[in-house]
Design a protein around this ligand. Sequence first.
Ligand SMILES: Cc1ncc(COP(=O)(O)O)c(C=O)c1O
Length: 362
Amino acid sequence: MNIRIPDHVRRLTPYVPGKPIEEAERQLGIREVVKLASNENPLGPSPRALEAMRAAAGRVHRYPDGHGYALRLALAARHGVPATQVVLGNGSTELLEVAAKAFLSSERGAVVAEPAFIMYRIAVAAMGAPLVSVPLREDRHDLPAMAAACDERTALVYIGNPNNPTGTYVTRSQMDEYFRRLPAHVLTVVDEAYFDYVEATDYPDCLEDLRAGRGVVVLRTFSKIHGLAGMRIGYAVTLKEVASALDAVRSPFNTSVLAQVAARAALEDTEHVARSRAENAREARFLSEELSRRGLEFVPPAANFLLVRTPARGEEVYQNLLRLGVIVRPMEAYGYSHAIRLSVGTRRENQRLLEALDRALS
Ligand SMILES: Cc1ncc(COP(=O)(O)O)c(C=O)c1O
């Protein structure tokens, strides 16, 4: 055999997701593990989505509608855009990869913030495309520096808003200034995975930028507030010609029958979204107060997760918490040796976490 792995693929470090509950229980021989590692909705899926999936289960011997007609129509109506500007994906992660596949090459690269959601970097590197990383400034995207980093070879900029893992956001005025400075040939992928959790009034809805004719791909997902992370469904809203380019390179049946019906039902379930947002706000406040009381430093959260600085190495704190049945996320891969990332859970889960933290840090 003389199989050659391309150098840019050989150099990739695979994404390490949050540890699944079943894996932790299997490895540690314990039960009732609490997972606060992947910024999921602790209240579970929308009940309406569950009902829709049950009703559609008998249809899974058929391929899904490859264009997701009904869901795209519902999303288009919700956002006031034509359905031709909506593209569905196997989670928003697939769509940020599809954007890379459509727009990047060894000659045309991307600008990302560092640290940000690791999949931006992996999506760019997997294309063998030039990557420019711009460090965060005070835990936020440094948008002036990101705009300044764009040159003739730049095709894409990825902006996570709010950013993962810091939980910070850039404001409307910062975003406006960024677009004023950005070269006209650059397309900006704005990842708004946590959009519905954000309560700050100066948080920008980048669909407004799209309606104003700016070159953006707005990514949203059903994985977070809608509680459908396991179904894998997200979407992009973008300019018509960009949507056509994304559609041209995505795989034909990238979203399943069940994912499409679940998402449609979850979109209508405004009650579940409102309850999830309210509970998250309350529990984020509770966690913030409790962490402060313990003298732990953290970045004030805009969404449903917190970056917490730890006195010991984050990996060590993570392992100690794991042994106590609480899964959080160590932050070494994001470049923080002394930090963990916590998702906001239910009150019971947050209390379990705090008790475990007290023991792990003592
Ligand atoms: C900023 C950000 N974007 C995207 C995702 C992934 O979303 P999806 O499940 O839609 O692929 C995550 C998941 O944690 C995230 O933090």
